[in-house]
Write a new protein. Structure first.
Length: 168
């Protein structure tokens, strides 16, 4: 194992800590595993929404009742809500990462993951209401962009967790 603090390789940990610098590697690994599990489950759910739509479209021949002229209104309202979620996630991220506690880092990842999933849920709802595959794909794309953005923030979160554990 490679210690996140001193970057030294350690074959065995002493009481869950790095033998070279004393960093709590076991606690760090537990937090990273928790974050990976949460994000993996949330991202997998967006893939499941896509599979549900594919099965409904290709196998079941799903025909929605259609929203008629209201489809564009409902779709744009949900797209506006998605834009609001993007803005809220940016504001929340800056506020949460500025505080810099262990729980805030975990909470930040969890909430940003949930916020990234919401557009995919909107896409599934639009498909079920209007039978519109383009809306589903558009919302799924927004969701995945938010996941990519979250993935780009993970190194900062891991550094923050390392710094918090270092000062304990």
């Amino acid at each position: 194992m490679l210690c996140p603090q001193c970057q030294q390789g350690a074959q065995e940990l002493k009481d869950g800590k790095c033998p070279w610098c004393g960093f709590p590697c076991d606690e760090f690994n537990a937090r990273v595993n928790q974050i990976q599990l949460i994000l993996g489950a949330i991202f997998a759910s967006t893939l499941i929404y896509g599979v549900v739509v594919a099965v409904l479209e290709l196998v079941a021949g799903y025909e929605a009742g259609g929203l008629g002229n209201a489809e564009i209104i409902v779709g744009m309202a949900m797209m506006g809500a998605s834009a609001g979620i993007v803005a809220a996630s940016i504001m929340f991220e800056h506020r949460a990462l500025a505080s810099g506690t262990l729980d805030d880092y975990t909470r930040t990842v969890l909430l940003l993951g949930v916020m990234a999933e919401v557009p995919a849920v909107f896409g599934l709802v639009m498909y079920l209401l209007a039978g519109s595959l383009p809306w589903m794909v558009g919302f799924l794309a927004v969701s995945w962009v938010l996941f990519i953005r979250l993935g780009l923030r993970l190194p900062q979160v891991l550094r923050g967790i390392t710094d918090c554990l270092r000062t304990q």
